[in-house]
Design a protein around this ligand. Structure first.
Ligand code: URA
Ligand code: SF4
Length: 212
């Protein structure tokens, strides 16, 4: 993503966002649009101080058209609730806008996007960051963190730390909420959830105190 200014800097944010999310519905930048119901664009406040970036929409997001409304979203929204963050005051999005899945019986199982698909899709995320200009950017999981901070980024080692980036004055990464759903036992699940929730609390406190 480029740091250069663009015409987007001069667009009214609502207009720019509405046209981008509408345009994403016609995107054929990679093959993922073929098997998805619709593109799921980011949502929330366009003047949000805090932006959350996940991986890609899941089954329920694909059907509803809204990010983080399924099981992972419930965990995320629980953590928001506990830190007093109103989700409509945040901006919530994903690196990849179409759901990638494979069939298993009658279910659609999430598949990780390939690097080429991620690279094809990141201009949308770049434009969202340009419009919202968050003070604090929170990467949820390895796909988001590696897209923004490079392939060597490891959530287990580097979560919960402030990171330098060109995307926002402050950035931080934490677990993806679906990693918590896949935890091997309830102790592991509780520990991951409390780390996710304290990372989010740290990010929210920074955003609340930020003058930028
Ligand atoms: N997982 C994600 O990464 N994003 C969503 O919107 C839902 C589940
Ligand atoms: Fe376009 Fe992204 Fe959908 Fe691929 S996943 S078609 S790049 S919006």
């Amino acid at each position: 993503m480029s740091e250069d200014k663009s015409a987007l800097d001069y667009f009214p944010p609502q207009l720019a966002h509405t046209s981008l999310s509408a345009a994403a519905q016609h995107c054929k930048g990679c093959d993922l649009y073929k098997d998805a119901t619709q593109a799921v664009f980011g949502e929330g406040s366009l003047s949000a101080k805090i932006m959350f970036v996940g991986e890609q929409p899941g089954d329920e997001e694909d059907l509803s058209g809204h990010p983080f409304v399924g099981p992972a979203g419930k965990i995320l929204r629980k953590a928001f609730d506990e830190t007093g963050l109103d989700p409509t005051a945040a901006y919530i999005t994903n690196v990849v806008k179409h759901f990638k899945w494979k069939p298993r019986g009658k279910r659609r199982i999430h598949e990780k996007p390939r690097l080429g698909e991620i690279a094809a899709c990141t201009p949308w995320l770049g434009a969202e960051i340009e419009i919202v200009k968050p003070s604090v950017l929170v990467c949820l999981g390895a796909t988001a963190a590696q897209t923004l901070f490079g392939r060597d980024f490891r959530i287990t080692r580097m979560r919960g730390q402030w990171l330098a980036s060109e995307f926002a004055p402050r950035s931080i990464a934490t677990y993806h909420p679906s990693a918590i759903l896949r935890a091997p036992n309830s102790d592991a699940r509780d520990k991951m959830y409390s780390e996710l929730s304290s990372d989010i609390a740290k990010a929210v406190a920074m955003a609340n105190n930020s003058a930028i």
